[in-house]
Design a protein around this ligand. Sequence first.
Ligand code: PBG
Length: 325
Amino acid sequence: MFFPKYRPRRLRRDEIVRRMVRETSLSANDFMYPLFVVSGSTVRQPVASMPGVFQLSIDELVEEATEVRDLGIPSILLFGIPEAKDEIGSGAYAQDGIVQQAVRELKDKVSDLLVVTDVCMCEYTSHGHCGVIKDGDVDNDATLDLLAQTALSHAEAGADMVAPSDMMDGRVGAIRERLDENGLFHIPIMAYAAKYASSFYGPFRDAARSTPQFGDRRSYQMDPANSKEAIREISLDIEEGADIIMVKPALAYLDVIRLASEEFDAPLAAYNVSGEYSMIKAAAEKGWLDGQRVMMEVLTSIKRAGADIIITYFAKDAVRELEKA
Ligand code: PBG
């Protein structure tokens, strides 16, 4: 059937028809909200390149987490900014590290909120790389033990899920083994499985103070030009025990999200990263874009591409927008 018998505009006439035939819809359940914790008290330090995002001390974090829970967002993704950094990132796996303390407090004060912790070394190392350095590059195998230790310390503090973001080979297996040896076989792993060496992480590195002090992350994060490699990376992580897989960033990688959702049946997360957030905020501030609408369009596109979970700094704004509708 073709025009003039078939007229696709019939099903676009008004909002109620559009609502009836809509293929993709967002809800609070889709989102995971990233948060940054620092030491001190009553600290609510704005991140200059990410309007609306703050570095929070634990007391403020608890308030923020309560608000997230009250909005119906199921989970947060927690990043720590330690007071001191060293060559081996000791703050990442310290019993009384910033994340470990924050998790204890959150699990004590905010019920019904899933606390997922980012497992990586880059915020904790003086050189800003995601592992220990040997001969000018990150030493993969030596890093695995420290990542496993970090994940264990998070889970022991009460984290509900751990999320390794380092892109070392074998880290999901190493973490699974360490958790299981310690009786933490019920803690799921959300693996940053296909994580690209992206320039969209720029604002995050301000927020987390994790810019590499030399070189870049291209010897461990993926080449943006590759998608078959994403399938290999994700397969490996699933083999090693990943419960949830992730593609990161999201917007410039919607094709990879779609591929991954067709290829694998594990729940798929997509990380709508800092740069994707900041560029919309910046354009909106300049009055060049309608920030709210562009936000909803972008989040819808990530879901439409096949993501089950969207990790986004927009989570709270998006839920408020959904509540208006
Ligand atoms: C840590 C990590 C990064 C992000 C999440 N975990 C930064 C990086 O790899 O440099 C980026 C998140 C964002 O840009 O929002 N390795």
